[in-house]
Design a protein around this ligand. Sequence first.
Ligand SMILES: [Mn+2]
Length: 260
Amino acid sequence: MKKVLFLSDFHLGVPDSETSRYRENKICKLLEIYAEEVSDVYLLGDVFDFWFEYNTVVPKGYYRLFGKLASLADKGVQLHFFKGNHDMWMKDLFSIEFNARIYAHPIQLRLGDKNLYIGHGDGLGPGDLKYKFLKVFFSSPICKFFFKWIHPDLGIRLASFFSYRSRYGQPSEPETYMGNNNEWLYNFCQTKLKEDTVDYFIFGHRHLPIYTKLDDSTATYINLGDWLQYDTYAIFHENELSLYQYGSEKNNFDFNPNAC
Ligand SMILES: [Mn+2]
């Protein structure tokens, strides 16, 4: 069985084109390294800091990433895009161009002998009520319809401004682990384990690489971190899921919040 690659939260486009391009190049190099070894690549959301597909127009940029994704798709690698809270307005461009599967909600997946539960991670678990309200508002067809008729030069500039101001898009403040009881996604995993058998939970959204066993179970909660601070990604290989940092020797243990 080939490897499966998981990564998320590139937030391409911010804070400026030079920094974003540097990040985009790193991501492309990583995809190149694994190009021959993977069967599937899962992009778990917030690939772009803001994204919108008009009927005939899409935001400028990201051509190197698109080239790399196209070449992976042409090699037969299956791409999977999860809509994040920053790019929930994704339509069908990536399925048309890259044969990608696009998901708006978390999915359960069996790889080898393991059950995986994967998603962007936004709006799951208790709390985050302000965000949950905004998500309902922005994902409404009416909101999307009205946005569509604003000229892109104005609409995208406005939306990018608000998108960048939201706390999940800011590259400057590193997140810290708040303890198992206060981590919404950790709580969500524990609740989910009561009704389902899951070996690995994989999310993004938190902007903090996490690799930790869940209490009273053999299941593991993995957070993919981001490419603003950490350059982290996960690989499923030979029935094991591991978290790595691009360009360093760091692995699972280094991202275990309970180990320190
Ligand atoms: Mn994010």
